[in-house]
Write a protein that binds this ligand. Structure first.
Ligand code: PAF
Length: 305
């Protein structure tokens, strides 16, 4: 029942901590160079819990080069732009029946991985759990949420569903399984298309996007374009996406979006898999997305890509 986790950011560390709590002995994969640079030969993972307590767990670390056993369960928690390369870096260690669970913002990377890894079962997740990295291997659980998981690409057989459910059932998380994961990914895409780029542009907290009429109108216009493209792709819309976007702004009012943080640290953002993905889909369908185009142009002018 061993899960290997690739990506030691906030989600990777948060999920690894849940596997540790459930006594499932996960293995966290790091880059070879990072692994070698560690001074401790008894590393631990720390988590600040929502109740204010901090727990430390001894953790097994490895790198794609040093991991020996065939991997049967792989959780991918890298940024969207790193996901394909991360899974390829470990390709020769994956068993044929490996369950690959992808937890990226945006869309496009999940489909590309599902297309390549046809003998394995590929699943995508969409989560509203909140976490941030305090330090290397030290995560802060910032808010309880829910996680939806469903197959992407080829439909897995019943046994694969059973195995996946069984391997996640003892985690202390609110997990839902669905055969409509694309709907959930599109919901999250609407939230990310509206919030992430704008928050990076204005260099502000998510809640501050509701602070002026101009910002609210931009949020609404971006969301309208996602709704339009989503409909044309054939994804059912349940509920009002703009209401969802505003709710996320309120729920995460004091947070900086991941894109805003990437921009501040001059890191490449996930925008190509968020607004970029939307623009690409719209183009294929002959739909105009001027608000998303304009936002990407403004961000590019600031050197945010
Ligand atoms: O990318 C993010 O930061 C998050 O997905 C969200 C929901 C926008 C909250 O900050």
């Amino acid at each position: 029942m061993t899960w290997h986790i690739i990506g030691a950011g906030s989600m990777g560390c948060l999920w690894t901590a849940q596997f540790l709590k459930a006594n499932m002995k996960p293995v966290l994969l790091l880059r070879e160079q990072r692994l070698r640079s560690l001074e401790s030969d008894a590393p631990s993972l720390s988590i600040d819990e929502l109740d204010g307590t901090t727990h430390h767990y001894p953790i097994q670390l490895a790198s794609p080069e040093t991991v020996t056993t065939p991997i049967d369960r792989l959780l991918v928690c890298t940024k969207a732009q790193d996901a394909e390369a991360a899974v390829h870096s470990i390709e020769d260690k994956l068993s044929d029946h490996c369950q690959i669970l992808l937890m990226q913002n945006g869309m496009g990377s999940q489909q590309a991985i599902a297309h390549h890894f046809r003998s394995q079962s590929v699943w995508a997740a969409s989560t509203t759990e909140g976490a941030w990295i305090k330090d290397f291997l030290h995560v802060c659980h910032a808010g309880h949420g829910s996680t939806w998981i469903g197959p992407i690409g080829r439909t897995p057989d019943e046994q694969a569903w059973k195995n996946l459910k069984h391997s996640l059932e003892s985690l202390p998380f609110d997990i839902h399984f669905t055969d409509q994961i694309e709907q959930k990914l599109w919901d999250k895409l609407a939230v990310n298309c509206a919030i992430n780029g704008l928050a990076a542009l204005y260099d502000c907290k998510n809640g501050e996007l509701l602070a002026t009429q101009e910002r609210k109108e931009r949020l609404a216009a971006l969301t309208r374009e996602v709704t339009h493209v989503r409909k044309a792709v054939g994804i059912k819309t349940t509920g009002d996406l703009f209401e969802l976007v505003q709710q996320v702004c309120r729920d995460t009012a004091m947070n900086n979006s991941s894109t805003c943080m990437d921009a501040r640290q001059n890191r490449r953002t996930e925008l190509a898999y968020i607004n970029g993905f939307l623009i690409e889909q719209a183009k294929k369908l002959g739909i105009e997305t001027p608000e998303n185009h304009f936002l990407m142009k403004e961000l590019a002018e600031l050197g945010i890509q």
